[in-house]
Design a binder for this molecule. Structure first.
Ligand code: HEM
Length: 472
């Protein structure tokens, strides 16, 4: 289907699916370099694929009804698989993302009130403030200046988290914290062959070993923050109503039990780990896709100008930015920030003709699911309209999983959507970003799905301050 009479839809870059699966060595190398390159044509065409691979028996599921069964209807029979936990737990500890069983249930119950629509709406001013500061900094730069949009998006999502988790009281250099966080997650982000084969945790993994100083620094900072905030709360003084205070005051609605210091710390690290690069990638891909599609760019600029005008960004504007939201959702369809989910079956499970043996791994890969030939019209094309209210109803809830689904659905989903809409609309109102023509864009899966080698983009100003002196 064409966009207009003679303007085809933009088809953004993606690795060509393989005709045949890799052999063991090739698979191990590919999974370390970029797991996106391991998918085959059959994965994008078939609803269920079962095979014995390097990781044991694995079932790749692209059938929305079966996905619903695994993530929702029979969720008690599935747990997060060992590989996922081996990769994530050393960095995140036992926070909400990596906890299991009763421990998870208790944490989820206790933490859920921190992410209700009302609490998230309370973070709106911090998000607007962060976005405004970003564009003000850009507006002081000269026309045509090249920035790394991907790095800038990582910075802004980190800034939003710092403002909403800690609010204030940062006694250390914020840049040093930012660098430590980046190094921390960079070192942990690669899948190590030692993890694939289940080697004990005491055998050093190169990435993690390199990240050790950053881990120590980051742990110290978070520990110091918890101690000083607890002292403030104990003194009866007014404490900021940020996520740290909310975590320290949180109590299980059933038992009244609060979180231990270790759980508070693990969840702060988890919110940063699960919330910054994911949101940054959704934004980076949106900016990239808009830069390649004049029609979509004109439409989003028109919407943002009409809804926001020159005035202040108000909470009620978020709902009205429907095309902006559709662009973000389409960007997360084509480039899901979390491109791979997996579960291990506890006992045998039969779904129609399909048997999932106890102990085996089930993979649900949003990257594949979102481009599946049997589920989407023009699966590889950028077409935000499919997420507009008039078309959205045609998308099966279990065919589109940027935030997962079921009881373990992303707890930060409305936080992330609100933040991404605020940041994207603020950027679109102020500037245009065009890809540096010398740069080749390519998606890289490293826990999250990011543009490999960053996203060099040229700034031009739409409104607001113009370049006078160059900002740092
Ligand atoms: C665009 C941004 C985001 C995306 C695409 C995303 C994606 C996801 C996905 C797919 C899951 C489910 C994983 C699974 O089922 O295995 C998840 C879980 C989670 N996310 Fe997000 N996330 C985003 C932003 C955030 C933010 C901003 C936060 C916190 C501030 C956050 C915190 C979490 C936590 C704590 C979990 C674990 C929930 C549980 O297991 O109960 N995420 N996220």
């Amino acid at each position: 289907m064409a966009q207009g009479l003679d303007v085809p839809y933009f088809r953004p870059p993606a690795p060509e699916p393989r005709l045949e699966p890799h052999g063991l060595l090739g698979f191990l190398m590919a999974i370390r370099r970029n797991p996106l390159t391991t998918w085959t044509v059959r994965h994008f065409e078939e609803r269920v694929l079962t095979g014995e691979g390097a990781l044991g028996r694995m079932t790749v599921v692209n059938d929305p009804a079966i996905i619903r069964h695994i993530l929702l209807d029979n969720v008690a029979n599935y747990r997060k698989d060992d590989l996922q936990l081996r990769v994530l737990a050393p960095g995140l500890g036992r926070g909400l993302l990596t906890a299991e069983g009763d421990e998870w249930k208790l944490q989820r119950r206790t933490i859920a009130p921190l992410f209700t629509p009302r609490t998230v709406a309370g973070f709106f001013p911090a998000m607007v403030e962060s976005a405004n500061r970003l564009v003000q900094r850009w507006q002081r730069r000269s026309e045509g200046r090249v920035i790394d949009a991907s790095l800038e998006m990582t910075r802004i999502t980190l800034d939003v988290l710092e403002r909403t988790i800690f609010t204030q009281g940062v006694s250390w250099d914020p840049d040093a914290l930012g660098r430590a966080i980046t190094r921390y997650f960079d070192g942990l982000g690669r899948i190590d062959p030692l993890d694939i084969f289940g080697m004990p945790a005491w055998i050093p993994r190169v990435g993690r070993w390199r990240a050790r100083p950053a881990i120590r620094f980051f742990d110290e900072v978070v520990g110091e923050l918890i101690t000083s905030r607890k002292a403030l709360l104990a003194s009866g003084a007014d404490a900021p109503r940020d996520l740290l205070t909310l975590l320290l005051e949180a109590a299980d609605p059933e038992t009244g039990r609060g979180l231990s210091d270790l759980e508070v710390r693990a969840n702060i690290v988890t919110f940063i780990g699960a919330g910054h690069e994911t949101t940054a990638n959704a934004l980076s891909w949106s900016l990239y896709l808009l830069s390649q599609d004049e029609r979509a760019r004109a439409r989003i600029e028109h919407e943002v100008d009409e809804v926001l005008g020159d005035g202040a960004f108000a909470p009620e504007h978020v709902e009205r930015l429907v095309y902006t939201r559709a662009v973000l959702e389409e960007a997360m369809r084509l480039y899901p920030p979390a491109p791979f989910l997996s579960r291990a079956a506890i006992a045998d499970d039969r779904i129609g003709d399909l048997l999932i043996p106890g102990g085996s791994v089930v993979t649900i890969a949003p990257y594949v699911l979102h481009r599946h030939r049997t589920l989407w019209d023009e699966p590889d094309a950028f077409r935000p309209e499919r997420f507009l209210p008039e078309e959205r109803g045609r998308i099966d809830r279990f065919a589109y999983l940027p935030f997962g689904a079921g009881p373990r659905v992303c707890i930060g989903m409305s936080f992330a959507i609100q933040e991404a809409i605020v940041v994207l609309a603020t950027i679109v109102r102020a500037v245009r970003l065009d890809l540096d023509p010398a740069h080749v864009v390519s998606p890289m899966h490293r826990i999250t799905l990011r543009p490999e080698g960053g996203l060099p983009m040229r700034l031009s100003h739409r409104r607001g301050e113009r370049a006078g002196s160059e900002a740092p």
